[in-house]
Ligand binder design. Structure first.
Ligand code: GLA
Length: 662
């Protein structure tokens, strides 16, 4: 009998021998023993056999020797290749979380099917037992999410183990996606883009550059330009001052060798600025504390040479780190913090602020600056505390058009602020800016405290950050895009408060190349589909479109995201009514925004880990009858629909459409 032959004789004999061996004993593989590096989570690092804060794993008073401590939102993607029989664990919120505000959900998905889920999991509850059969499953996802804020989402997979008879499970990263450019290039004939309305105060310097794509040279003209303004026919820059308040209906015209075009435009001379959300660039997420005059000039150059200016991008804004830094040893960060009259000085990296804003203005762009109401800014530079009036005046003299006013060390002034104290610094700065001889848009950066969206406009703000820094919670976790901006403080309520003159600001566009906080510049951690999601969502909710990646290093894909005129038109719609979520079904969401022309912009989002069909139902959109559907990213009509529109949406992706009656 073959079985009695020594196994080493021949390959054939060896194979026979193996075939007749009794089935291997199932092996226990602990989740925490695997290479955890590919796991992505919203805060900190996954911890083997410990909670995310490094304490012993404990759920509802029960201690566990083994398991994995993570933080929401976390994605553990495991390749099983059919080798695992069973997964078991106990899940819950770790007892060491110092607040019970988090409500978690845990999900286990095998080859696109939900195998197990637990919702409403809170700290202090007993551990929930998980046991799932994995026979035949190739790809397994272990997900833990928080609804609302991710704070204290200390999600434990305690005692988590696989029963394995074949290949051992391996934790893998997100699937690779190709960066597909969906948007056709703008035509070579002239096309006027961007906002259709612009607000200015009487007697103040006016600067607006007509954004137009098409071959250069291009010739610009404006019909019915109000007294006091002139247009440069070569650059499309409109400058001057309007003395008389009123609404001026003008017509922009642009022509080149291939054709000509026109578009109506409204100039509203009155008290309200920021009639559409601001569009521009900010230095923070790429240059952080390395920003210099040279970097800002190069940014202005790049806004023109990349063509971003032709799509409506206007502001070139310095963030923190332009003033002196007390205690710094770097000679380029020190110097007299204030002049003999007490006005703030720039540090040696900004030798001449007026020359810098002149340079930015000469390109047809506007300049922005940053400070804090506290003694110091967030990065420890000189803030405006007790020098608010003289600093506001200085910003105006320097020629700035935009001020971001942070909170940071103001906490040392107002330790436990009442609503009045929360509002005070912003109200004071709002009043001061209104007194200057130029229009300065005010951005409140206090992370949403005291429901700033309810009073930001009243205190003089033109936009207000709705949450903490997107860059902080965002790396690898695209659900932060949805939550940080729009869920976190008031559910789905923010849309009621933004509008012409004051906008919800969920922070910057984190696209292109960004700083990774080690001083290196790395590509955005968002996948291509997540980038489409990011930009679409910002446009649907009428957020400022402020790009904060490296503007001198724009690849074609990033430019395609930033410069789709039909998508930007959603953001810049003159009605100024922010969109909102109209339907949610697990990971699938539909957001919609009413447009001035009666059409609706609709985003079909898939936050899930697998492609899915998302349905936008007329009943949920408040529509009846036939609608023509236009895909905005592809700039293509998809035909007409009645009752609903549905689309296959990729993992973490979006299909953004506009629905018109005809
Ligand atoms: C805070 C703000 C950021 C940035 C930094 C600068 O964190 O929220 O946007 O301005 O300060 O220090």
């Amino acid at each position: 009998m073959k079985l009695n032959l020594p196994a080493v004789f021949t390959g054939l004999v060896f194979a026979t021998f193996v075939c007749q061996t009794p089935a291997a004993e199932p092996e226990t593989v602990w989740l925490s023993s695997l290479d955890l590096t590919p796991i992505v989570q919203g805060w900190g690092q996954p911890q083997a056999d410990k909670s995310v804060t490094g304490k012993p794993l404990s759920i509802g008073g029960k201690r566990f020797e083994r398991g994995l401590g993570t933080h929401t939102d976390s994605i553990i993607r495991l390749q099983l290749n059919g080798g695992a029989e069973k997964f078991s664990a106990f899940v819950g919120v770790d007892d060491a979380a110092t607040s019970d505000q988090a409500t978690l959900s845990f999900r286990i998905i095998g080859d696109s099917k939900v195998l197990w889920r637990a919702r409403g999991v809170k700290r202090g509850q007993p551990p929930r037992k998980v046991e799932v059969d994995l026979k035949g499953v190739k790809m397994l996802l272990l997900l833990a999410d928080s609804r609302g804020s991710i704070n204290f989402g200390h999600a434990n997979w305690a005692d988590a183990k696989f029963l394995v008879t074949g290949a051992r499970p391996v934790i893998v990263g997100a699937p690779k996606e190709e960066a597909v450019i969906l948007t056709p290039k703008p035509p070579r004939t002239p096309r006027i883009n961007g906002a259709r309305i612009f607000g200015v105060r009487p007697g103040h310097p006016f600067l607006f550059t007509i954004p137009a794509t098409g071959d250069r040279p291009m010739t610009f003209a404006v019909d019915n330009l109000p007294a006091g303004l002139t247009v440069d026919s070569k650059t499309g820059q409109i400058q001057g001052r309007i003395e008389k308040p009123g609404t001026y209906r003008v017509t922009f015209r642009a022509s080149n060798l291939l054709g000509d075009t026109w578009r109506p435009f409204k100039i509203v001379c009155g008290d309200t600025l920021a009639l559409t959300p601001h569009m521009g660039w900010n230095s923070w997420y790429v240059w952080e504390n390395h920003v210099t005059d040279k970097i800002m000039r190069e940014a202005a150059d790049a806004m023109v040479s990349s063509g971003m200016i032709n799509h409506g991008y206007q502001y070139v804004n310095i963030d923190d780190c332009w003033s002196a830094k007390p205690g710094a040893t770097d000679p380029t960060l020190i110097g007299e913090p204030r002049d003999e009259w007490g006005a703030v000085n720039s540090n040696p990296r900004f030798p001449n602020m007026k020359a810098l804003t002149d340079y930015i203005h000469s390109k047809g762009l506007k300049a922005g600056i940053y400070t804090s109401p506290g003694p110091l800014t967030c990065a420890g530079h000189i803030g405006a505390y007790q020098h608010e009036a003289i600093d506001a005046q200085r910003f105006a003299e320097w020629g700035y058009d935009f001020l971001k006013y942070d909170w940071c060390s103001y906490r040392t002034v107002a330790t436990n602020p009442s609503l009045t104290q929360l509002q005070w610094p912003y109200r004071a700065m709002g009043d001061l800016l209104r007194k200057q001889g130029r229009d300065i848009v005010l951005n409140l950066c206090q992370y949403g405290m005291g429901k700033v969206w309810e009073w930001g406009k009243e205190v003089g703000g033109h936009s207000w950050r709705t949450a903490g820094d997107l860059g902080g919670s965002f790396y690898g976790i695209p659900s932060a895009l949805f939550r940080d901006g729009f869920d976190v403080y008031s559910g789905n309520e923010l849309h009621k408060h933004g509008g012409p003159g004051g906008w919800n600001d969920p922070d910057y566009l984190l696209l292109g190349y960004l700083s990774n906080w080690k001083g290196q510049t790395v590509p955005t951690p968002l996948t291509p589909n997540e980038q489409y999601t990011h930009f679409s969502l910002w446009c649907l909710v009428a957020a400022p479109l402020i790009f904060s990646g490296d503007i001198t290093r724009l690849d074609d894909f990033t430019l395609n995201i930033l410069c789709n005129d039909e998508v930007i038109e959603v953001d810049q719609d003159p009605l100024g009514k922010p969109g909102r979520r109209v339907a949610i079904d697990g990971d699938l969401e539909v957001w919609a925004r009413d447009m001035e022309d009666g059409s609706k912009a609709v985003g079909l989002f898939n936050r899930g880990e697998e492609p899915a069909t998302v349905v936008a139902k007329w009943a949920e959109l408040g529509l009846e009858g036939k609608r023509i559907v236009r895909d905005l990213w592809r700039q293509k009509d998809l035909g007409s629909c009645e009752g609903e529109f549905k689309a296959e949406v990729p993992r973490h992706g979006v299909v953004l459409v506009r629905l018109r009656a005809k």
